[in-house]
Write a protein that binds this ligand. Structure first.
Ligand code: HMG
Length: 418
């Protein structure tokens, strides 16, 4: 086994716009019933960018801040991937603009370009970075995954689900948030739920109701294949039992609007219920009436919706609610939405709460591409320390230098090669 251990997220940086619209004001302005956006969609504010901002500036900010905060030298990065659907040039990648930041370091040996499929591009970039690290092409350096979008809709029902933001993630081995190996459940199909065929317009074409059904159907499929994969791993380790929501301490979702996520967590519980038999969980009591419902009908049945939201409320509050902080106040960040949820979850819980837990993550991009995967939080979930500032290339060959200071203020040294 020559793979590096525990490849995953070492550090994150999040950006959201300084300006926002209060959704109560938007309800009044759009002359809709009070509560339609704030209660119906679960959104309190919507971030929007200034005219001086674009996708490149958002991504420049998160990369620069992440590098400054971790104090890593620019030549420590060997791969940089960008996931975005905010296309301002049909040929030139956002990644090429980010290379400007590396100019002084002289580091141009950095693989990766942009990846696009609606909100899924960030996850595809994360998978690419992890795959690189577990391949013969990995040269020992870190990867950066950057995702960002400006989500804007024409006047109408979709407009209150806009938002904007970007996230940069430092990917490497021995990560406190390690991707669980071999556990990705994916579903891809051809759907016209949300798409941008008009290249002259920033606005997507959206079939809102269809998009919700596509999202939930993709969630079902991904959860089913994720469960099959983990159960297979368990079986090989001598454990023979079904995987359920109980095995996920936290669960985060791509968040087009917050109410959708509450329904999605409920949907996972429904999946557990449908694959359970007879002796079911106390939580499933109100769901028996829906056991025989045809699958197609389960996506639109309002009584089932209500029963599921009730049955899953405590589970939602424990496993998912904290992840919605940024989405509630900022809206849909498309590719960066899921990772904004991860950042919200991490900032809400203490390192002790999180230590050893499994965080499930569902990524959805219209059109459509979706995956459910998971992170394992290390037992020692304290923040990672990086190399000290300064370019060690300035030191004479063979010189010792301070490599890191750990949480107990112990100093670790390394030596420049001769
Ligand atoms: P709408 O027409 O506002 O929907 O559009 P609605 O009238 O059905 O209302 C929505 C909910 O608000 C309903 O709750 C109403 O009852 C409730 P539900 O029955 O569904 O539980 N409601 C109220 N509640 C309290 N007080 C009130 C009130 N009035 C109504 N006064 C829709 C909603 C989401 C369709 C629209 O905003 C839209 O088209 N959004 C964009 C598409 C979208 O977000 N789709 C989500 C899944 S697809 C996805 O996630 C991908 C995406 O991120 C793109 C990408 O991949 O790049 C979008």
């Amino acid at each position: 086994d020559t793979w590096p251990k525990d490849v995953g997220i070492l550090a994150m940086e999040v950006y959201f716009p300084a300006q926002y619209v209060d959704q109560t004001d938007l309800e009044k302005y759009n002359n809709v019933e009070a509560g339609k956006y704030t209660v119906g969609l679960g959104q309190t504010h919507m971030g929007f960018c200034s005219v001086q901002e674009d996708i490149n500036s958002l991504c420049l900010t998160v990369v620069q801040r992440l590098m400054e905060r971790t104090q890593l030298p620019w030549d420590a990065v060997g791969r940089l991937e960008v996931g975005t659907e905010t296309i301002i040039d049909k040929s030139k990648a956002v990644k090429t603009v980010l290379m400007e930041l590396f100019q002084d370091s002289g580091n141009t040996d950095i693989e990766g370009i942009d990846t696009t499929n609606a909100c899924y591009g960030g996850t595809a970039s994360l998978f690419n970075a992890a795959n690189w690290m577990e391949s013969s092409y990995w040269d020992g350096r870190y990867a950066l995954v950057v995702c960002g979008d400006i989500a804007v809709y024409p006047n109408g029902n979709a407009r209150p689900t806009g938002g904007a933001g970007a996230v940069a993630m430092l990917i490497g081995p021995k990560a406190p948030l390690a991707l669980e190996q071999g556990l990705r459940g994916t579903h891809m199909e051809n759907a016209y739920d949300f798409y941008k065929p008009n290249l002259a317009s920033e606005y997507p074409m959206v079939d809102g109701k269809l998009s919700i059904q596509c999202y939930l159907r993709a969630l079902d499929r991904c959860y089913t294949s994720y469960r099959q994969k983990i159960q297979k791993q368990w079986k090989q380790a001598g454990i023979d039992r079904p995987f359920t929501l109980d095995d996920l301490q936290y669960m985060i979702f791509h968040t087009p609007f917050c109410k959708m996520v509450q329904k999605s967590l409920a949907r996972l519980m429904f999946n557990d219920f449908r694959s359970s038999s007879g002796d079911t969980h106390a939580l499933y009591q109100g769901l028996e009436a829906f056991r025989e419902l045809k699958l197609e009908d389960t996506y639109t049945n309002k009584d089932l919706d209500k029963a599921l939201l009730k049955a899953s409320l405590d589970t939602f509050n424990k496993k998912t609610k904290a992840s919605l902080y940024l989405s509630t106040h900022n809206g849909n960040m498309y590719t960066s939405s899921l990772y904004g949820c991860l950042a919200s979850l991490l900032s809400h819980h203490s390192a002790q709460d999180l230590a050893g837990s499994r965080i499930g993550a569902f990524s959805y991009g219209s059109g459509l591409a979706a995956s459910l995967f998971s992170f394992r939080v290390s037992q020692d979930a304290s923040p990672v320390n990086f190399s000290p500032p300064g370019d060690t290339n300035n030191l004479f060959p063979g010189t010792w230098y301070l490599e890191r200071v750990d949480e107990m203020h112990r100093r670790k040294y390394a030596r420049r090669p001769i």
